[in-house]
Ligand binder design. Sequence first.
Ligand code: LRH
Ligand code: MN
Length: 398
Amino acid sequence: MDHDRVLTLLDEFRIETPSWGYADTGTRFGKFLQPAAASTIDEKLADAGTVHEYTACCPTVAVHVLWDFSVGVDAQQTADVAKKHGVKIGSINPNLFQDQIYKFGSAASSDERARAHASRHVNDCIAIGKAVGSDLLSFWMADGTNYPGQDDIVSRKRRLAGAFRQWHDAMPDGMTLLVEYKPFEPTFYHTDIADWGMAYTFAKEAGPNAKVLVDTGHHLPGANIEHIVAFLLDEGMLGGFHFNDRKYADDDLTLGSIDPYAVFRIFHEIRNAAEIHGTDVSQIAYMVDQSHNMKPKMEAMIQTVTTAQELFAKACLVDRKKLLDAQAKRDIVAAEVCLKEAFFTDVMPLLSNWRKKRNLDPNPLMAYRASGYEARVANEREAARAARGQSGAGGNYA
Ligand code: LRH
Ligand code: MN
């Protein structure tokens, strides 16, 4: 593929950053605070705007409704704040897991009060989506059980299917519902949406505007994620990604820090679907879902989105004609070499060229470090937290 074509594809490659990636988050064993961490939605949007300023590839920000929208704050106001920082509110993430009433689940719960609470919250989320002009309603449910026999799996399945149909039909035209799956955590016996097949079935039954969201951290060891991606794409059921990296489970580490070739293979299957099978891949929502417990959050996010650009550009460089020839001849080595050659191609000159065209520093991370942004906001936010009487970590997870 000629480099101009790759530059054009890079123009179209957008990756959404999560508001919670800028806030202090932790694990169940604790939360390590960073002075420059964002606590308010304004600070989170300021950080997201700064990442977009240095990288020009992440114009939207995913929001988590209970972490980013407080009661009585007009959602439109938040959209204006986003605009002030040069970004737009992206996917709306309902929170159906942190309220006490969700002990036995939300929409799958045998407790009718929990199901009603969940539906009220989702309707609020749809209203917020309309107000901020978002076209993505992104569901992850912690629903499940911890012990065999704890609840009837099929009854839960049917409740959930009914809820997704209702929520699908409550969405305005143009909004897409994403169903995210996860094999375990926080429940450790069964999870109601445990894998891609279950998410596919719930989405299919919900209606035409429902698709599957693939969180790269939500697979059991050994799962072939790019196979799932290729399959869902060919079914027209791939709605988007939550990118992160992991060594063991849902570790939420920065993309490409453990297995960059795995991310490359995912992008390769997407380019294959487009160029060999004529699949429309323009509506895939690329999003980051990470919690930065050790790395400085802004640097981790800039590293993540620039790594995504690099691996995407490499995947665009696979010589698919040569690949198809080798596959036709069942020349396995030649076929593999097509991928390896692209993966080991240095795309920094191409990316520097893309950034220069946008008056960006060819090395966003170093440019950000040199900006002094981190130290400046650390002082401002320490003072703001003190003024708010907020010591240590805020109430929410993020
Ligand atoms: C669940 C998950 C989900 C988000 C949360 C922050 O593990 O991946 O996408 O709601 O992380
Ligand atoms: Mn996720």
